[in-house]
Write a protein that binds this ligand. Structure first.
Ligand SMILES: *Cc1c(COP(=O)(O)O)cnc(C)c1O
Length: 487
């Protein structure tokens, strides 16, 4: 007889006391869905192996099936947008959501979400207001610019600024700055999308003032300088200083725009970090428009910020793309709260998580490692756990050569040949990734590195360690699957 026939009906499972209870919590629809999915996968498991006639697998008992349904239910109920631990060593990790927000920014978002707010409403006069006013004065104060506007992200900011200021004309840029940033942002493509003609000057490694001089003509719309965020050209190199580019642009009556990418609002050198150009410096050097991200080194929500000369910002604000790319109230509230923290010179590195993590000393990180090491070491028989020095990266919008000394918990398989150790490594990496709060590390030379730089709050260290027993369970159940032989 086909064992598949012995699988219970949906209603039989639904009547099981455990699943009756589950319906109270998750609702009938979700429980039915979990039952159907469980039965389906059980049916195909039985179908797949019934071709090997000798050892037909036994059908699962009702209780085991019920347990599978519960597992499935928990998966279905898990939010897709759940928290993870970023222990990759890249502090501003685009794939992991970039900057976590400061508490005051989170609080501002909650208030903005819960209540109506004066978003485009002037409380003094009772008339219509402009949503940029929530952050514009702060941005001017912090960058020395005359005016500011904000959009959805920095790619949008660049597209909008180019569209408004140089559509149908030439944008002059050095060949060394035709950058691609992850996720299909390529400066040449953005220029084309903005309706500009790209006019490249100089060579990849060297661009001179005379290259720009020679490119200027009747159809020139602006000069662009892009921060080479994610790579470094070193050796025999030359680029033209911003001050000089500004004067070439102004001599020809066109604006000079700088896409800074990261846009640190704090003085990074003073914080003991690699120097990062600030919007204030670009403005002081004569840039007419400066664009940067809200969620990179600034440490706020995703946003694209444009600061610069009043008349150019006004032109930018009138462009239809401004409406298309506008910020929502939650982001505006978070951005305003984040910017406020920069007014007090102590607050940024204390209250903005990105800066707190970047300025953390390796001594402090090692101390976190020491606290975790003994319980981690005792956890698994066939994996050695040690604390080792490593280097963290700043991430998006900072030079890949800028590294910060850090410490990692290193999980290294001990037994068997190279292939066995590789399987073991894959298993532990997967087990970490499938925890209730997934842990994302970095594989490196036969070991899993968990860089502890971003594990900086005591409650996070606690939450990380509290998953060790589940990790052990997951790891060992994967282990059992492997022992059963080839699938
Ligand atoms: C990151 C970056 C961008 C894109 O910014 P998003 O906020 O990710 O849209 C554009 N230009 C430079 C130089 C960047 O570093």
């Amino acid at each position: 007889m086909d064992v598949r026939r012995s699988l219970p009906a949906v209603d039989t499972l639904l009547a099981h006391p455990t699943l009756q209870q589950a319906q109270q919590r998750h609702g009938g629809r979700l429980v039915r869905q979990a039952i159907r999915l469980t039965l389906e996968s059980e049916r195909s498991r039985l179908a797949g192996s019934s071709e090997l006639a000798e050892h037909q697998p036994a059908a699962l008992s009702l209780d085991t099936l019920t347990a599978r349904v519960i597992e499935r239910l928990e998966q279905l109920a898990l939010p897709n947008s759940r928290s993870v631990f970023n222990l990759t060593g890249t502090v501003i990790h685009t794939n992991l959501g970039r900057s976590p927000l400061a508490e005051s920014a989170i609080e501002a978002m909650v208030q903005a979400a819960r209540h109506p707010m004066a978003l485009e409403y002037d409380l003094e006069n009772g008339g219509r207001g402009d949503r940029d006013r929530l952050v514009e004065p702060l941005l001017c104060e912090l960058t020395g610019a005359e005016a500011a506007t904000v959009v959805n992200n920095n790619a949008g900011a660049v597209l909008l600024a180019l569209s408004a200021l140089a559509s149908g004309r030439e944008a002059v840029i050095s060949r060394g700055e035709l950058i691609e940033i992850g996720g299909a942002f390529r400066m040449p493509d953005i220029m084309v999308a903005a309706g500009c003609r790209l006019h490249e000057v100089g060579a990849t490694n060297r661009t001179h003032a005379k290259d720009f001089q020679a490119a200027m003509g009747d159809s020139t719309g602006l000069i662009v300088k892009a921060h080479t965020s994610n790579y470094a050209i070193t050796g025999f190199t030359k680029s033209v200083p911003e001050r000089e580019l500004a004067s070439i642009a102004h001599a020809h009556g066109v604006p000079f725009m700088v896409d800074l990418g990261s846009g640190a609002l704090a003085d990074f050198s003073a914080l003991g970090l690699p120097h990062e150009e600030q919007p204030r410096e670009a403005i002081a050097a004569g840039a007419d428009v400066v664009t940067f991200s809200g969620d990179k080194l600034l440490g706020g929500p995703q946003a694209g910020i444009i600061v610069g000369r009043r008349e150019l910002i006004d032109t930018i604000k009138r462009h239809p793309l401004k409406r298309v790319l506008r910020l929502d109230k939650l982001t505006l509230a978070a951005l305003e709260a984040t910017l406020r923290l920069y007014r007090d010179s102590d607050a940024p590195q204390r209250d903005i998580p990105t800066l707190a993590m970047l300025t953390r000393t390796d001594v402090d990180i090692a101390a976190t490692g020491e606290r975790l090491r003994s319980s981690a070491q005792a956890l698994l028989d066939d994996i050695d756990v040690s604390l080792a020095p490593c280097v963290s990266q700043l991430g998006s919008g900072s030079l890949p050569i800028d590294r910060l000394p850090s410490y990692a918990l290193v999980w290294r398989p001990l037994n068997g040949d190279r292939r066995a150790r590789e399987r073991c490594l894959k298993r532990i990496e997967t087990a970490f990734r499938q925890l209730p709060r997934p842990v994302i590390g970095r594989l490196n030379e036969g070991a899993l590195y968990l860089d502890l730089r971003c594990l900086y709050r005591p409650e996070d260290v606690e939450a990380f360690a509290s998953q060790f027993s589940i990790l052990k369970q997951r790891y060992e159940s994967h282990h059992d699957l492997h022992q059963e032989g080839p699938p």
